[in-house]
Design a binder for this molecule. Sequence first.
Ligand code: ADP
Ligand code: MG
Length: 273
Amino acid sequence: MIVASFDPEARSHADTSGRPAIVELAGVSKSFHGTVVLDNVSLEVRAGEVCTLIGPSGSGKTTLLRCLNGLSPIDFGTVRVNGNVISSIGQGGVATPGNPTERQLAKARQDIGFVFQHFNLFPHLTVLDNITLAPRRIKGMARRQAEERAHELLKLVSLGDKAGTMPGNLSGGQKQRVAIARTLAMDPSLILFDEVTSALDPERVGEVLDVIRDLAIRGMTMMIVTHEMRFARQVSSRIIFMEGGKIIEDGPPAQVFDAPVSPRTRLFLSRSA
Ligand code: ADP
Ligand code: MG
């Protein structure tokens, strides 16, 4: 098995209802300077689900992902990942007793991969060293083991021949695939993708989406923010439409795309077609 946490029996779109919850948000709210950005959001994502967030710019998608790994503090509610409390804030903005220490939060974060629009590879390190850095530094993995794993992951993202290359010599799509391999090297139980193809040349988008599609087939739990609606429909087990910091619609792709309940979802989809 290439990636230890993958369930070889898992298939995308399998029935995940009996699986453990990986993401749990309960009544999460957040404002920036008096503007409500997340408005009492509750959400559960189970192991093996591929949950895609769609919605207009400014609807709170990025903020929701950032709350999941503690990058964005919340004002109210509880965020749990893998059963670990990331943040729990009660009335009056008071942290409840179950909140993690900095150290516990750092540990919980190791389990959450985050791939952004911009790749943030270290330009002075080879592709191989970019991938092995965190497993060696943070997990204390031996160099040989980390490198073996990195070579496997590079094959997985179809870059088996780029281990010794410097990031500056890669295309945007290749860099983004290295960024995904780097995330996988930490063996996360959840990967968050935030508009990972938005900065790419159109002809490079497909190769990155193919990697994400492959991860979905392998049963990786993922939350994806994307404007690629066709891809979202193909790869997701579940689509969430957000507007104004609220979850407006939440269902399987066929339902959300073909028979949305809310007129706001319908309007959004008609504009993004
Ligand atoms: P989306 O990803 O759906 O486009 P975001 O979560 O990035 O939406 O943003 C939601 C709202 O929160 C927007 O109105 C945005 O301007 C605001 N916002 C996001 N981050 C910050 C920040 N660090 N400071 C102030 N406002 C912010
Ligand atoms: Mg965003």
